[in-house]
Ligand binder design. Structure first.
Ligand code: E4P
Length: 230
């Protein structure tokens, strides 16, 4: 399962790259708008920050199929390899996915709220489909169950597409999808940090280090002992 950051703030992305095994960054128009300034410059800065093999996903905002295709090609011209264009699963978007899919263009179909949208987008040529898990939960639909159905449909139909699950607000949703083995999940750095932080871990390690500190002194480590032994 790929672990992606759904954010456009450079300090937050830098921190996440330092702390976690991140495979790339996803953005959407709202995320870019939140940063202000030029969205193109923001995307360029994110690309520069990312390791070469990390992926970047950015969304087309054109409303006709033809202009979405042009926008996608221009974005690919800017960002080259390891770039995925996000295209909404609207009628125009699905037409654009079909055109670009024939060229083998890396596409993430976005705005997915139902398994059938995911099926059609995958059949049209999307490499990833992005169901909005938390937004589904907020609508009274079980977002994790929708993802499970999409996985089942992909496997049953031998479709070469994966789920890139998006829109998380709590770590339990992510945990459920890790158990399903989805292709990728994307979330804000704060959700990711909450996923791995555990009060019991902090308490256990602090107690263990405290025990050793009584023996070797506060703020001293094994390195101090090794240095002193030479
Ligand atoms: C994914 O493709 C979307 O851009 C995003 O994850 C939606 O997340 P939100 O529901 O937190 O806005």
């Amino acid at each position: 399962m790929q672990l992606l950051i759904d954010h456009a703030s450079l300090p937050a992305i830098r921190q996440a790259l330092d702390d976690f095994p991140i495979d790339g960054v996803t953005t959407n128009p709202s995320i870019l708008a939140r940063e202000g300034g030029s969205p193109l410059e923001t995307l360029r800065s994110i690309r520069r920050l990312l390791p070469e093999d990390a992926v970047l996903h950015a969304q087309g905002v054109a409303t006709s199929a033809e202009s979405l295709v042009d926008e996608a090609r221009a974005l690919r011209g800017e960002f080259g390899d390891n770039f995925f264009v996000k295209i909404p699963v609207t009628p125009a978007g699905l037409r654009a996915i079909r055109i670009l899919g024939k060229e083998g263009f890396p596409i993430t179909a976005t705005g997915v709220y139902s398994p059938m949208q995911a099926f059609v987008a995958a059949k049209a040529g999307a490499r990833y489909v992005a169901p909005y898990v938390n937004r589904l939960d907020n609508m009274g639909v079980d977002g994790v169950e929708v993802v499970a159905q999409i996985q089942e449909i992909f496997r049953a139909n031998a479709l070469d597409s994966d789920v890139l699950a998006a829109s998380f607000k709590n770590s339990r949703q992510v945990l459920s999808l890790a158990r399903l083995g989805v292709g990728a999940v994307t979330m804000a750095p704060s959700v990711l940090a909450a996923l791995v932080s555990h009060a019991a871990t902090t308490a256990a390690i602090s107690a263990q280090n405290g025990d050793l500190a009584k023996l070797i002194g506060q703020a001293r480590t094994m390195l101090d002992l090794i240095d002193e032994a030479h």
